[in-house]
Design a protein around this ligand. Structure first.
Ligand SMILES: C[S@@+](CC[C@H](N)C(=O)[O-])C[C@H]1O[C@@H](n2cnc3c(N)ncnc32)[C@H](O)[C@@H]1O
Length: 224
């Protein structure tokens, strides 16, 4: 599978660049947003799907009751297991979000997926499984690259915002060609609502390009 190879071969490069806290976008912008959406960590069981090099998963474990990170890349999971072997309330499993999750029903207070679903062609299996493993009253927090895109130098193959054709772009600090699957904002919201989750927060963070603000990050919070 193309996306798995791309990510698996990038694990140590990703880890080097993200370090112990994440890069500027992840640490200064996405981190506070997610922490405010999750609220109190104390006493919570948290699932982080697509945990990557695990720096944020590990940060959550400092205050939460238990945190599990999953990723489809064996190299990312090996790396996380090595880095955080001494943390008793933190564990990592290899798992593809397109497949059934190896967890019981109603297990987690929080399910999180940070910067992952744009790389997943069909998010419906993730929607169904996250719903299943979440406790009633639990929160699902999704953060993605904002779907608003237009044909440009950065996205030369994209026809328009509604173009669902598979795309590739040079990513990860200019080193790795990554495959991504364009979706619209409603593609990211409706499946979660249709399964029975309630949308309780939506945040759009901008970036500035040539003096104009354009959407950069989309964060969604749903309650079961
Ligand atoms: C941009 S990184 C984000 C990693 C981490 N959540 C963070 O914020 O630093 C995307 C991650 O999603 C993982 N990923 C992509 N597709 C996946 C899938 N189908 N199932 C599980 N993980 C996946 C990749 O291996 C990679 O670790």
């Amino acid at each position: 599978m193309q996306t798995l190879k791309q990510w698996d071969s990038s694990a140590s490069w990703y880890d080097q660049n993200m370090g112990a806290r994440g890069d500027k976008l992840n640490h200064d912008i996405i981190r506070p947003l997610i922490l405010s959406m999750i609220g109190t960590l104390s006493g919570k069981k948290i699932l982080d799907s697509g945990c990557g090099s695990g720096y944020f998963t590990a940060e959550l474990a400092q205050d939460a009751l238990e945190v599990i990170g999953t990723d489809f890349s064996p190299n990312f999971i090996d790396l996380c297991k090595k880095k955080y072997s001494g943390v008793s309330n933190l564990s990592f499993f290899q798992h593809n979000v397109s497949e059934i999750m190896p967890f019981e029903n109603n297990m987690f207070d929080v399910a999180l997926s940070k910067m992952v679903l744009q790389y997943v062609e069909d998010i419906h299996p993730f929607v169904k499984e996250s719903y299943r493993v979440l406790k009633r009253g639990g929160s699902l927090v999704i953060v993605i690259d904002h779907p608003f895109k237009y044909p440009s130098k950065k996205y030369p193959h994209l026809k328009d915002y509604f173009d669902k054709g598979v795309q590739t772009k040079l990513s990860l600090w200019g080193k790795v060609e990554l495959t991504w699957y364009p979706k619209t904002v409603s593609d990211y919201i409706l499946p979660f609502i249709k399964i029975g989750l309630r949308l309780s927060d939506i945040q759009e963070l901008p970036e500035e390009k040539e003096g104009v603000k354009i959407p950069r990050i989309l964060a969604l919070k749903f309650i079961k």
